[in-house]
Design a protein around this ligand. Structure first.
Ligand SMILES: CC(C)(COP(=O)(O)OP(=O)(O)OC[C@H]1O[C@@H](n2cnc3c(N)ncnc32)[C@H](O)[C@@H]1OP(=O)(O)O)[C@@H](O)C(=O)NCCC(=O)NCCS
Length: 169
């Protein structure tokens, strides 16, 4: 399979925060943001693999800033690494000031998607070649995050998580 770049998977979803999507403080409900990130991430994974993709895990989410009612929210998703059948997607969330248009990073998340065939069995995905320094950093770290996620899910023994253990030594 021919290798692709992270840029080829880049997906941007921009939408408003409407009243039905907020919590009692009139800020965006966390579950709504998770859904928006899942949507953008799955499109990025689909663009890379050109396959049906399913969400395998949410590896990291940080809700750093409240997102007020009426905000314009941009969710930007890009593949950081492709493994055999799984793909890690890094998702950045931005809100923009109504008057100045200045963008502020509000949240970020890392999801793992798996490419599957019509019967739901995992299938191979193309390799990825990171280009920018940030893409290269995210590519390197992705293996450690995959190992951590598998250990937490009980799918890998801690002793086998070689690259993850190395950062504590
Ligand atoms: C995700 C799913 C396809 C994995 O199936 P599986 O039988 O565990 O398949 P495998 O063990 O071969 O794993 C497939 C890949 O997923 C990765 N994976 C599985 N669980 C993972 C986890 N918790 N974190 C990170 N990666 C994970 C594996 O490492 C493997 O990656 P690789 O092939 O790139 O090395 C399967 O569990 C599934 O269909 N889950 C439901 C998905 C879904 O419905 N999502 C929406 C939630 S409502």
């Amino acid at each position: 399979m021919e290798a692709k770049t992270p840029a080829e998977s880049r997906t941007i979803l921009t939408d408003l925060v409407l009243p039905g999507e907020t919590n009692p403080l009139n800020n965006l409900f966390g579950g709504e943001l998770l859904a928006r990130m899942d949507r953008a991430g799955s499109i990025a994974a689909r663009r890379h693999s050109r396959r049906i993709v399913v969400t395998a895990s949410v590896n990291h989410v940080a809700f750093n800033h409240m997102v007020p009612l009426g905000s314009v929210v941009t969710v930007e998703a890009k593949l950081s690494r492709a493994f055999n059948t799984s793909m890690e997607v890094v998702i950045d969330v931005w809100i923009e000031d109504r008057e100045s248009g200045k963008r502020t990073k509000a949240n970020e998340a890392i999801y793992t998607f798996v490419a599957v065939n019509e019967t739901g069995r995992p299938v191979h995905v193309p390799p990825i070649i990171p280009e920018t320094n940030l893409e290269k950093e995210r590519y390197e770290a992705a293996l450690r995050r995959k190992q951590l996620s598998l250990v937490l899910a009980g799918k890998m023994k801690p002793a086998e998580a070689t690259e993850l253990k190395a950062i504590f030594q």
